[in-house]
Design a protein around this ligand. Structure first.
Ligand SMILES: C[S@@+](CC[C@H](N)C(=O)[O-])C[C@H]1O[C@@H](n2cnc3c(N)ncnc32)[C@H](O)[C@@H]1O
Length: 190
């Protein structure tokens, strides 16, 4: 078995190390609901998952997945752009997870976009608890293009280093643009 795991696997491992039963978390890009279900299982029956998408199809698929797994009651599925997450979430959250790109088995032209992603990351940084984490799995190339990746990296590069630590993990010699992983945490005073 390979020791170097893909970005999504590493994102889930990071989430597992941060999120505890009973926590509130946000899935900023619901899509087909795989991450929403993963987070719902992590927070347990007393936790909450706020999940966002702009496509009705994503809500339908996620609703079904959660219902089949018996995890629907702890999840709020919200049909609105993640850049408005602060309108729906009124408590600190342990984790905000983004999975950038388009809906698999959906319309490839309705993907995440830099401007709204940046706004959403800003909101996410305002919502996470002091010991919380923002995670982005960034799909790029092909139908997603490189624009959003390049712009979001430029934005994150400029985040105040006194306030935040930003980590990027990527394979540098693989073909087909494997997704990259970004994690952001707040720097706390010693
Ligand atoms: C790569 S998919 C997410 C996959 C998902 N995490 C899963 O487990 O199946 C990206 C999703 O982001 C959604 N999206 C695009 N712009 C958005 C926005 N402004 N706010 C919320 N979701 C958005 C797309 O509709 C798409 O379903």
């Amino acid at each position: 078995m390979a020791h170097l795991k893909k970005a999504l696997y590493q994102a889930h491992a990071l989430a597992q190390s941060v999120v505890k039963a009973g926590d509130a978390v946000i899935d900023a890009t619901m899509g087909n609901g795989y991450d929403t279900l993963f987070l719902a299982q992590l927070v347990g029956e007393n936790g909450r998952v706020y999940a966002f998408d702009i496509q009705e199809l994503a809500l339908q698929r996620t609703h079904q997945r959660l219902q089949e797994a018996g995890c629907l009651d702890r999840c709020r599925l919200i049909l609105e752009g993640h850049q408005h997450m602060d309108k729906h979430v009124e408590e600190p959250v342990k984790l905000v997870m983004f999975n950038l790109g388009y809906l698999p088995k959906g319309d490839h032209s309705i993907g995440t976009r830099y401007e709204t992603t940046r706004q959403a990351v800003e909101k996410a940084l305002g919502l996470i608890a002091d010991d919380g984490l923002v995670i982005l799995v960034v799909y790029y190339g092909g139908d997603s293009g490189f624009e959003e990746r390049d712009q979001i990296l430029a934005y994150l590069n400029g985040l105040d280093a006194r306030k935040y630590s930003v980590m990027k993990t990527e394979f540098i010699n693989q073909i087909n643009c494997p997704p990259l992983l970004i994690a952001i945490e707040k720097n706390l005073p010693d």
